[in-house]
Each structure stands twice: as structure tokens, then as C-alpha cells.
Design a protein around this ligand. Structure first.
Ligand code: COA
Length: 258
């Protein structure tokens, strides 16, 4: 059985983590399949946005697979963590905007997977947290770093040190998620946002993603220089000419990603 389902509809790809009997827990196979699917999508230029969600009613991803991790040696644990970091980096470096549609538990590796997406919409029953300390470990797929960058260092320390589980409303309040949606409407809402993004210039969207990511850890002078360079590079592209011409001609632009 495939652990990651892929459905493409027009310019939008839907990736569904598919291990519902284990609440979509991430083992090596799931992480590998996700990386593989992502690499395939990267090359499919018809696809402009990808959504990541979890199969079943209960979970987005309830964490890294505890059974698979329980007997890891130090070296194996380091490798597993690096595999997770590699996946998160690929997601962040992808030309594709990735939206997490968090439909239930997003704990541990699940919260980290959502954090590696560009932004998160959650269903009203979603639950977030980094409960690794309850297992005697810490987040290993980037949680200590991305959570701190997203919700602030003080809150991230509290989340990671208490291992507490938080509601979707609390995740919204602290800025971890962008929107909370009734469960039955989640995918439609995410798809509507994905369609809007997919209708914009793909080169501009990719540049936007890249500059926000790379600028984040730089001083403002370096970060704004990155922005200037990316801004300038878009001029002369077919998409820039078309986007501005369409505005002046009072019509909708058609972008080719060229
Ligand atoms: N790794 C491996 N298996 C997991 C898992 C994980 N992170 N999370 C859930 N599962 C499995 C359970 O072992 C159970 O399998 P089983 O039916 O073969 O016994 C199945 O998924 C259903 O989970 P269950 O615990 O029965 O569901 P619940 O509704 O009672 O509780 C949670 C849901 C999310 C509160 C609970 O599963 C949990 O605490 N999971 C671990 C969360 C965690 O610590 N994540 C961080 C890991 S680093």
C-alpha cells in the first residue's frame, strides 16, 4: 500500500499521508515516499501548488513512528533526524508553495511537517504540539527551530518543554496556523486558496517563497538585497510582461511560468 497518495487536479496536487491505522505516523517509508512524490511534482510544471493532508478522520500526522524509533541507536537516530531535516529542506526549497491542511492531530513530526509547509490551515478539531519530552527525547525534524521562528522563542520553549497539546484556536492565536475551518470545509477552503495562488505568476510565487525563506535569518540589509535581486530578475520574463500588460488592458493575465 502506498503511504502517500497523490491526486492532481488541474494545477493543484493533493498529497495525503496514508497510514490512518497508525494515525499517519512517519516512518522511514512515509518520509521517503513523500520526498519522492515531491521530487516528481517539482518536475511537473503543470502543477503550481501542493496541499499536504492526512488520511482518515483523526490525524494529520500523530508524530514520528514511536514503534520504529524505540530501539534506534544513536547513529540510527542521527540518520533518521537527518532524513527528516532533508525532507523539510526540500519542502522549503521547492518552487511549489505547499499548504498544510491539518485535519486532526499534528503532533511531534506532524507539527514539524506542517511547519515545513509554507503555511497552515487547520480544521476546528485539529490539535498541535511537540510532545517528544514525554518520550524522553526532543523534536528531531526541525521543531525546536521552526516552531521558535514561527511562534516566538518563549512560546516554543514552553511548547517543547511541557509537551502540552494545543487546540486549533490556540494555534491560530499564536500564529502557528493562518485559519481555522470547520472540519468538513477544510479541504475546500485550502483548495480555494491554492487556486488563487495557482492563478498568479509561477516565477513570482517561487521567488516570493525563496526570498521570504532565505531572508528570514539574514539582517535586513542582506534580506532586502535578496529581494531587490529577485524583483529585478522577474523583469523581462514573459510573465512580468503579460501581468503588467493585462493590467493595463483591463483583462485577466494568463501566466506561463516563463
Ligand atoms: N507512532 C506510532 N504509532 C502511533 C503514533 C506514533 N506517533 N501515534 C499513534 N500511533 C498508533 C497507536 O499506537 C495505535 O496503534 P494500535 O492501534 O496498533 O495500538 C493507533 O495509532 C491509534 O492510536 P491511539 O493511541 O489508539 O489513538 P488515541 O485516539 O487513543 O490517541 C493520540 C491519539 C495522538 C493522543 C495518541 O495516539 C498519541 O499520543 N500518539 C503519540 C503522539 C506523540 O507522542 N507524537 C510524537 C512522537 S515523536
Amino acid at each position: 500500500m502506498s503511504h502517500v497518495l497523490l491526486e492532481i487536479s488541474g494545477s493543484i496536487a493533493l498529497l495525503t499521508i496514508n497510514r490512518p491505522d497508525k494515525l499517519n505516523a512517519l516512518n522511514g517509508d512515509v518520509v521517503g515516499e513523500l520526498a519522492c512524490q515531491l521530487a516528481g511534482l517539482e518536475k511537473n510544471l503543470d502543477v503550481r501548488v501542493a496541499i499536504v493532508t492526512g488520511a482518515g478522520e483523526k490525524a494529520f500526522v500523530a508524530g514520528a513512528d514511536i514503534a520504529a524509533m524505540s530501539n534506534l541507536t544513536t547513529a540510527e537516530a542521527k540518520h533518521f533526524s537527518e532524513v527528516g531535516h532533508d525532507l523539510a529542506a526540500r519542502m522549503e526549497m521547492s518552487r511549489l508553495p505547499l499548504i498544510a491542511a491539518v485535519n486532526g492531530f499534528a503532533l511531534g513530526g506532524g507539527c514539524e511537517l506542517a511547519l515545513a509547509c509554507d503555511f497552515i490551515y487547520a480544521s476546528d478539531n485539529a490539535k498541535f504540539g511537540q510532545p517528544e519530552v514525554s518520550l524522553g527525547v526532543i523534536p528531531g525534524f526541525g521543531g525546536t527551530q521552526r516552531l521558535a521562528r514561527r511562534i516566538g522563542v518563549g512560546r516554543a520553549r514552553e511548547w517543547c518543554m511541557t509537551g502540552d497539546i494545543y487546540s486549533a484556536e490556540e494555534a491560530l492565536r499564536v500564529g502557528l496556523v493562518n485559519a481555522v475551518v470547520p472540519r468538513p470545509e477544510l479541504l475546500e477552503r485550502v483548495k480555494a486558496t491554492a487556486s488563487k495562488i495557482a492563478s498568479k505568476g509561477p516565477l513570482a510565487i517561487a521567488a516570493c517563497k525563496r526570498v521570504i525563506l532565505r531572508g528570514q535569518d539574514q539582517g535586513l540589509d542582506v534580506a532586502t538585497e535578496l529581494e531587490s535581486q529577485a524583483f529585478a530578475q522577474l523583469f523581462g520574463t514573459k510573465d512580468q510582461r503579460e501581468g503588467m500588460k493585462a493590467f493595463l488592458e483591463k483583462r485577466t493575465a494568463t501566466f506561463e511560468g516563463k
